[in-house]
Every structure is written in C-alpha cells, then in structure tokens.
Design a protein around this ligand. Structure first.
Ligand code: PLP
Length: 393
C-alpha cells in the first residue's frame, strides 16, 4: 500500500507506525538502553530469538522509523542511519572491503571522502584508483583482479558534473563489482540510483534530508543482506550510530523535503541563468543550464538540477574572496541544503584536503565559488549577488 504512494507522500507518511497514545508525531525515544522483563528475555533478545530493543547502538524505535522511511524513498530493501555522512561513506565501504582490495573512485569527490579513500583506507591496505568518471572507458581500464568496488557522487562536488549511472551499473555488473553512489546533492526525490541497478546509496543527511542545518547525520540504503552487515557488524563494532534525537529531527525535516526541493530548484535555476549572462562571471557550473555537461541527464537520470551550483569569477583569488566577504544575505559557511543560502570557497574550504595537484586536476581553481541556494526570495538573493559583484570584481 505505502509503496504506491508518491515520494512526497512517502516522505511524510512512509514507515510511520501508529503510536500507542495516539500521538500524531513519532515519539523521540531518547533512551540509551531498553529494559528486559527478566534475564531470560534479555538472553533471548541478544540471541536473536525474540524481537525487541536492547541498546540504542543496536537499534532504536525512532531511528528505525527514519530507516524505514529512507528505504521506501530510495526504493531500497533497507537502510541504516549513521552519525554523519562520512560515517555512512566509511560504513558502506567497510562492509565490502578488506586489506588487499582495490576500488575505483571518481577523481572529483567531497574533500573528506577523497581523504578517506586516498589516505585513511591506504593505511589498512586498501588502494584506490581515482579516475575521471566522465570517461567510462577509463573506469573500465582501471579494473584490476582485486577490484571490489566503484564509488562516485553525481552530480559531483563542486562542479556538478553528472556521471552516467547506467554505464557505471553496466561496468560493475560485468566485472562483479559493488557500486556505491553518494546521492546527497539530489536526494531520492530527484534521483534514485538503486532503481537503476546501483548496489548502495549513501547520503549526508546533514544536507537536504534534514534541511535545517542543525544535525550531522548520514544514511546508507541498499539490499537487506548489505544493510544487515552495516548495522550489526560495522555500526555495532565501529560505533558510528546516529543519535535518536538527530533521527527525530530528520524525520521532521523529511516532511517538507518535497516542497523545499521545489523551491531550492526554482531559485537555483533563476540564479544560474542570471549568473550565466553576467559579464563578471566566467563560467557557471549547474546541470540546469543547457551549457552544462549534465543537462542531457535532466528528466532522465535526475528529475531536476538541485540547489547547488559553482561559478568562476572573471577575477583572481583575492577578488573572489572579496566578493564572498561582500555578500550580505548569503552566509559564508560550508554545507548545503539548508533554508539559508550559503557560499564557500572550495579550494580553501571543502576541498582543502586535496593536494594542490589533485585540486588542479579536478579543476578546483582559486576563483571558483560554490553556493547552496536557500529558500529565501530569489529577488533578494540576486540583488545581493549583484551588489557584491558591483563592489569588487
Ligand atoms: N558527501 C557529500 C557529497 C558531502 O557534500 C558531504 C559533506 O559536505 C559528505 C558526504 C559528508 O557528510 P557529513 O558532513 O554529514 O559527514
């Protein structure tokens, strides 16, 4: 029944269980542990012979509702909520990888994901080859006998380049690889990679899913066999579980995801068109523009282009920084997907974990800025950009 609902309805009602006192809103079970009627019952629960909660690191009713809802939204068999987007990325990877394994990842990624793959996993004997994922032949050429996994984001941070998920599924299936996609920028309302054959999806729920800038969290979605391992091996033993309070806040945020995303996309499309025509702007990177590489995927792989874009000023780093400091409505902060419009300088902020060479290869120049378009009036946002451009560049 619930499966037939549209995504906007699922985001509100999906996975909800009737509450014993009739509360409309899912209660927050802010409890670290759960009481057993007697010692025998505790034993049965730990042995898996009786359903029921034991300890919040192993499961919690509030968190479970978030996981059920996210699984429905992504079209997944199951989902696991995590303490952060990075906990979701690392938990998904640790479910599949061991020392001696190799993975292939896009050479443009969120900076900490790049550091995790390129530096941290190396310490445990896991090697990554970074490839330009717009070149599907290069992805295939990077497959080695010990390759286990393919990882990418699409659209990719910060240039919003879009990768061909159907091709990635094809390469993964032909080579027996697990495919994982970071769907943070799109959310399941704009893109559902699992329905295209991707094996696992991860999110930084810190962003659009929560949408109010007050939570750090992540989600992994996928097949039951994989998510059982994420929850009852990786999260149980490495400990990157979500707080029930954060799960509750995300459940609240998800109720408005559909209307928020519509506004984010509408605002972003208008700002991208304004910037594209502006003589002080060198280039705009936004898949909603015909000039962008990702435009042909709109309406096919992804429903709309989302609320994040990057642009290069016709100026040097100093002028770009001055422009950022002159904005009065855009807030200078990393993150994205909040009600507030945010601006950041990828080279010195989100992508600072990249080496200068890796940054140059990924095209993260010193005059590149990324904005997360919020829910404010678009006229006010454009007026703010205009006054900052007029002042400095
Ligand atoms: N994936 C993407 C695409 C991101 O932009 C981020 C954070 O900005 C992350 C993962 C990491 O998420 P978190 O900050 O919730 O750990």
């Amino acid at each position: 029944m619930q499966q037939q609902w549209n995504l906007a309805t699922l985001a509100i009602h999906g996975g909800h269980k009737k509450e014993e006192f009739g509360a409309l809103v899912t209660p927050l079970y802010q409890s670290a542990t759960f009481v057993f009627d007697n010692a025998e019952q505790g034993g049965r629960r730990f042995a898996g012979d009786e359903p029921g909660y034991m300890y919040t690191r192993l499961g919690n009713p509030t968190t479970d509702e978030l996981e059920r809802k996210m699984a429905m939204l992504e079209g997944a068999e199951a989902a696991a909520a995590c303490a952060s987007g990075m906990a979701a990325v690392s938990s998904a990877l640790m479910t599949h990888l061991e020392a001696g394994d190799h993975l292939i990842a896009s050479n443009a990624l969120y900076g900490c994901t790049f550091a995790l793959l390129g530096t941290q996993l190396k310490r445990f004997g896991i090697d990554t080859t970074f490839v330009d994922f717009s070149d599907t032949l290069a992805i295939e050429a990077a497959v080695q006998p010990n390759t286990k996994l393919i990882f990418c984001e699409t659209p990719v941070n910060p240039h919003l380049q879009v990768f061909d998920l159907a091709a990635i599924v094809d390469i993964s299936k032909r080579n027996g690889l697990i495919s994982i996609v970071d769907n943070t920028f799109m959310t399941p309302l704009l893109q559902q990679p699992l329905l295209m054959g991707i094996d696992m999806v991860i999110h930084s729920a810190t962003k659009y899913l929560n949408g109010h800038g007050d939570v750090i969290a992540g989600i992994v979605c996928g097949r039951e066999e994989h998510i059982t391992r994420v929850k009852f091996e990786i999260l149980k033993d490495f400990g990157g579980v979500i707080s029930p309070h954060d799960a509750w806040l995300i459940l609240r945020g998800l109720k408005t995801l559909d209307v928020r995303l519509t506004r984010h996309c509408d605002n972003a499309e208008l700002i991208a068109r304004y910037l594209e025509k502006h003589p002080k702007i060198k280039q705009v990177f936004y898949p909603g523009l015909e000039s962008h590489q990702g435009y042909s995927y709109i309406g096919k792989q992804m429903k709309r282009a989302g609320g994040v874009m990057a642009f290069e000023l016709n100026a040097d780093k100093q002028a770009a920084i001055k422009f950022v400091n002159s904005l009065t409505l855009f807030t200078i902060a990393v993150s994205l997907g909040d009600a507030e419009s945010l601006v950041q300088h990828p080279a010195s902020m989100t992508h600072s974990p990249y080496t200068p060479e890796a940054r140059a290869e990924a095209g993260i120049t010193d005059n590149l800025l990324r904005i997360s378009v919020g829910l404010e009036s678009v006229e006010d946002l454009i007026a703010d950009i205009e006054q900052a451009l007029n002042r400095n560049v």
